[in-house]
Design a protein around this ligand. Structure first.
Ligand code: SF4
Length: 259
């Protein structure tokens, strides 16, 4: 009885009736939160607070944030079996890499990091939409507070339920991620994402042949080129020799800037 009374006293906003258990506050599994400059997609160069959430449903060979999801030996073995010498070199400790934080706490951290100068928040991962249920109210609160919101998602989890005003940077993974196509490409989900007024596709390309795959996906989705972004594969080189993006695409700097 005493514990219930204390719970009501300390967390009055999460209690329902005197006989009910106090409701748990919404939480998120967080990797890190920091202020930086957006380096990808349509808002490249914009100062932003990055909220990096934990866990991912994919396991890309070249992932640059394996510390958000690569926690168990079995998964590491599977990645290594596909990626061979390009596999992630180590397994991470979930207990030290991720923390469970309330959305209230995170909101305060974001505001503190943003200060007076930053008005944009990038929600990334891992795959952030895996925690969509607890993100919806958090994101709405940020928008009401005047922040522009960008999501970075791999395009395999439906965005349904997110506010329409958020920007979706959707990054379908190509064969160079070394995962089965049925896991990494979900056309129906990509169509849902593209129904968001502020959504773009962003592909990580490492070789010339990646462009054929990009063109195939873009054709199936029937979207205009100004909604398609390419970025260079930067963590490992699957093919053994780095190929600059300008060379892969055949575009000059001048022609890229005319987009
Ligand atoms: S989808 Fe993103 S976070 Fe997940 S494994 Fe691939 S690159 Fe890493």
């Amino acid at each position: 009885m005493l514990r219930v009374a204390r719970g009501i006293l300390l967390r009055p906003s999460f209690s329902t009736a005197s006989t009910s258990k106090p409701l748990k506050p919404p939480t998120l599994l967080l990797s890190e939160v920091f202020a930086s400059v957006q380096g990808e997609g349509p808002f490249t160069g914009r100062p932003s607070v990055f909220t990096r959430l934990g866990v991912c449903n994919l396991s890309c060979a070249w992932c640059d944030t394996p510390y958000t999801w690569l926690f168990d030996r079995d998964r590491h073995r599977k990645v290594a079996a596909r990626a061979g010498p390009h596999a992630q070199p180590r397994i991470y400790d979930k207990r030290t890499e991720l923390t469970r934080t309330t959305t209230d706490h995170l909101f305060r951290d974001v505001r503190a990091l943003a200060g007076e100068g930053i008005r944009a928040v990038v929600i990334t991962g891992g795959e952030p939409l895996l925690q969509k249920k607890h993100l919806q109210a958090f994101v709405t609160r940020l928008i009401d507070d005047g922040f522009a919101i960008e999501f970075e998602t791999n395009g395999t989890v439906s965005p349904e339920g997110l506010p329409r005003g958020v920007h979706l940077n959707v990054s379908p993974k190509l064969e160079n991620s070394m995962q089965p196509v049925e896991q990494r490409i979900k056309l129906q989900v990509l169509k849902e994402c593209l129904a968001w007024p502020n959504s773009v596709l962003k592909f990580v390309v490492g070789e010339h042949r990646d462009l054929d795959e990009v063109c195939g996906i873009v054709e199936q989705l029937d979207i205009p080129s100004h909604r398609v972004f390419l970025m260079p594969l930067g963590t490992v080189c699957i093919c053994g020799s780095a190929v600059p993006l300008v060379e892969i695409t055949g575009l000059s700097i001048e022609s890229q800037s005319s987009f």
